[in-house]
Design a protein around this ligand. Structure first.
Ligand code: FAD
Length: 454
């Protein structure tokens, strides 16, 4: 079978890995010059790696880890200390460390020891979050009609823990506030967090996600005969009389004919390409309900170390939500002699919520980031900033707002030779690298099963 895949993010590359493994002829068309989509990393003119966003592998990402193993990249990431570390004013840190006990005792004992929660926070959390810990998929789905803040208050959990602990988690997961995000994804992660010790540990790529993950995926696909075209933007589909695709047309006029077609584009891109006749189907119309969260990633190169923490950090009340000193967490990149790095800290910071930042000049954003950096890391007050970069993504992962989950599309579409992959399509994870990997796998498997029947 010849399969054309559009979009070379984690979803498109994952689908391609499964298809080439089954001996199919795969062609990937990517509109940018760089592969990886939201995980893409490129070198700038000074030789520095610029990330679309700081990316963390979670212990529970079993599908992504399986692909990394298959493409020979299993040792390209490393696990960090099992803790949620919050950066506080004047260099103080507080943390939630899981105790070395089986779940749920690891979390209960760890939670009781957390220094940034009051005793009332702890009691209200244990009582309030219990339905999430013992709940099943059906329960999580039934809670999708309210925001997380509503759910939290309804359960009698404390306001302080909402602002201090869970706001940072909502911003890290979906780049939106707890009073905007649906309760469903939040309580789903409480379940994982509260019942599976290993699923919540953080892993960092040894270099960066581009070189440590996307590049091995590219090499694997090409070594099995897959062809990858960059600067190749899908522009439209031409149809047969039964609504199936007869060929795809790229922006430069090239046409592609295949037995089956997979869109691994984000929702906001593919909805521009649907032929009008497809819009009679609810399936396609519902995709217009998805909207991307704006987010920005800021990288700062300092002339000295401003922290010694080898882990992901969270922070509350700052312009950045999650961040890390990648000169420490990623030991094979951002080191002295590589681009602008001189052995000092290289901070990679995810800025969220970012609605107000999209039209703001980068210099102003950098000043706001530096103000908060000076507050959280006193050593930065005497440090020299060698370089700063900002990447803005106006529409990144889909906003997981109340009631949207029911509209996440299956990978099988009403059009017989057309399939969808992408983190927004239906799989058990929220938009994430794992969600994208699962969607790619499901698209490839469903495509092979459906085409075998025809
Ligand atoms: C700042 C940031 C931090 C994040 N941190 C994490 C994290 O720590 N852990 C985690 O698991 N996830 C994280 N994510 C989420 C994760 O990056 C995404 O969920 C995942 O990468 C999405 O993959 P995808 O393949 O579905 O889509 P994308 O990565 O968006 O890939 C879609 C591809 O389609 C291409 N394309 C678009 N239009 C066309 C067209 N017309 N023709 C051809 N190609 C086209 C795009 O260029 C892109 O390459 C983060 C995201 C961001 C933005």
């Amino acid at each position: 079978m010849k399969v054309a895949i559009f979009g070379a993010g984690v979803a498109g590359l994952s689908a391609a890995i499964d298809l080439v493994d089954q001996g199919h002829q795969v062609e990937i068309y990517e509109k940018r010059k760089v592969l990886g989509g939201k995980v893409s990393v490129w070198k700038d003119s000074e030789g520095d790696s610029i990330e679309s966003g700081l990316h963390i592998v979670f212990g529970g990402y079993s599908q992504l880890q399986d692909y990394l193993e298959r493409v020979g990249a299993a040792s390209n990431y490393q696990w960090k200390d099992h803790a949620l570390v919050y950066a506080e004013s004047d260099g103080r840190q507080s943390s939630f460390r899981k105790a070395k006990l089986p779940s749920p005792w690891a979390e209960i004992v760890g939670g009781l020891q957390a220094d940034f929660l009051t005793m009332w926070d702890k009691i209200s959390l244990i009582r309030g979050l219990l339905p999430a810990i013992i709940g099943n998929e059906e329960y999580f789905r039934s809670q999708d009609s309210m925001t997380y803040s509503e759910w939290h208050r309804l359960r009698g959990a404390s306001e302080h823990s909402l602002q201090k602990l869970w706001r940072a988690i909502a911003l890290a997961m979906n780049f939106i506030e707890p009073n905007v995000i649906s309760a469903r994804p939040m309580i789903t992660i409480f379940k994982y967090f509260g019942t599976d010790y290993t699923s919540t540990k953080f892993g960092f790529f040894r270099k960066n996600p581009g070189e440590s993950m996307i590049e091995p995926m590219r090499q694997y696909i090409q070594s099995r005969g897959g062809r990858i075209f960059v600067d190749a933007k899908l522009s439209r589909f031409e149809l047969n009389s039964d609504e199936t695709i007869s060929r795809a047309v790229l922006q430069d006029g090239h046409t592609i004919e295949a037995d089956a077609y997979i869109s691994a584009l984000p929702a906001h891109n593919i909805k521009k390409i649907f032929p009008e006749t497809w819009l009679t189907h609810d399936y396609f119309r519902n995709i217009f309900r998805f909207e991307g969260s704006p987010v920005a990633n800021c990288q700062l190169w300092f002339d000295r170390k401003i922290t010694d923490l080898d882990n992901l950090m969270f922070s509350q009340g700052t312009i950045f939500a999650t961040f890390a000193d990648v000169s420490i967490t990623c030991p094979e990149d951002f080191q002295e002699g590589m681009g602008s790095a001189n052995g000092g800290s290289v901070m990679s910071l995810v800025l969220a919520p970012a609605h107000d930042l999209m039209d703001m000049p980068n210099e102003v954003i950098t000043q706001l980031v530096m103000k908060d950096i000076h507050d959280r890391f006193p050593k930065s007050r005497d440090a020299r900033l060698l370089k700063s970069t900002i990447v803005k993504i106006p529409q990144s992962v889909y906003k997981a707002v109340p009631d949207i989950d029911q509209y996440r599309p299956d990978q099988i579409t009403p059009v017989k030779n057309f399939f969808l992959a992408g983190d927004y399509t239906y799989q058990r994870y929220l938009a994430s690298m794992e969600g994208a990997a699962l969607s790619g796998k499901q698209a490839a498997e469903k495509l092979m099963a459906q085409m075998a029947k025809q």
